[in-house]
Design a protein around this ligand. Structure first.
Ligand code: BDR
Ligand code: CA
Length: 306
């Protein structure tokens, strides 16, 4: 049985690979892609989503652009990680398809029905707007699997993960919504590094394989330089992989709150793993990952897209 999913994203190297993983996996059926400003500005993330779908020959999947800035803050992009285009590395063709003339929040509301899993892989601005504009969606949205946050570390600041940091108010609203949220954070994504070996394996595997290898060439340089990593975390693909195979990531139920008013810790996801606050659990939080199985799944699936 195939799980219908919608990806709300800001491509972004790892968002692009997450989309390709979904398209290559029969366990999930990608019903729509919505875009948000994050890694780059909204025009660029939307263009990139269209490019990726076109590369995979799936221009039938509807795309809608959403928020061009966080709910209550100016946009902070990650050009230092993803480059000026948001997908630096491969030569990007001009997409022939266009996004729909509707807001992402409205396309999400239309597409979400019981059984559909929403997989946000960027700042949660569109998802917060969805809850605000279409409160009835709470009754039919039974699962959000979000790549974002962290228990014990940060990447954009020492305290905060990028997607939570860019729009902490949106993340706080989604975590408070009562909708079951799974948080695939840096604690697990940083344990599963896509190496140069993985890239070489895919480089000869058709158009999609080459595209992923070229994305990784660029993305990996940043992670080597900045973190001394021997590879790059394909954060967003792990969220999609969790829907494909929920045994890859081990999760624990916990209360997660998002810091929205701190000079040093803005955007920090405060995860109460020990239950010391007495606050009710509102999320499943990724605490461990079978990295080898995830990377094997990722490479073998992308290779089939040839
Ligand atoms: C997250 O931030 C973005 O740069 C990536 O696409 C990923 O969604 C990792 O912190
Ligand atoms: Ca992303």
């Amino acid at each position: 049985m195939s799980t219908p999913i919608v990806i709300d994203c800001d491509p972004g190297h790892d968002d692009a690979i997450a989309i390709l993983l979904a398209l290559a996996s029969s366990e999930v059926e990608l019903r729509a892609v919505t875009t948000v400003a994050g890694n780059q500005t909204l025009d660029k993330t939307t263009r990139n989503a269209l490019v990726v779908l076109e590369l995979a020959g799936r221009t039938d999947i509807p795309v809608a652009a959403g928020a061009d800035a966080p709910l209550r803050r100016p946009l902070r992009t990650a050009a230092h990680v993803h480059g000026e285009t948001g997908l630096d590395g491969p030569v990007l063709p001009e997409p022939s398809a266009r996004s729909l003339d509707v807001h992402a929040a409205d396309l999400l509301a239309e597409t979400i029905e019981p059984g559909v899993v929403l997989v946000p892989t960027g700042p949660l601005t569109n998802v917060a707007l969805l809850l605000e504009r279409h409160p009835d969606v709470r009754d039919r949205l039974d699962a959000i699997v979000w790549m974002g946050g962290a228990i014990g570390e940060g990447n954009v600041t020492p305290a905060a993960e990028f997607n939570a940091f860019v729009d902490p108010e949106a993340a706080a609203a989604v975590l408070a919504s009562g909708i079951p949220v799974t948080m695939i954070g840096l604690d697990v994504t940083h344990k599963a590094l896509f190496t140069r070996g993985h890239a070489e394996r895919l480089r000869g595997a058709g158009r999609a394989g080459r595209f992923v290898a070229e994305l990784s060439d660029f993305f990996q340089r940043f992670h080597e330089r900045s973190y001394g990593f021997d590879g790059s975390p394909i954060h967003d693909a792990l969220a999609v992989a969790h829907v494909i195979d929920p045994t890859l990531v081990t999760t624990r139920r916990a209360n997660v709150e998002v810091e929205t008013a701190s000079q040093l810790c803005d955007g920090r996801t405060v995860v109460d793993l020990r239950g010391v606050t007495g606050r009710p659990a509102n999320a499943e939080v990724g605490v461990d990952v079978d990295a080898e199985r995830f990377l094997e799944l990722l490479c073998s699936r992308i290779a089939t897209l040839a």
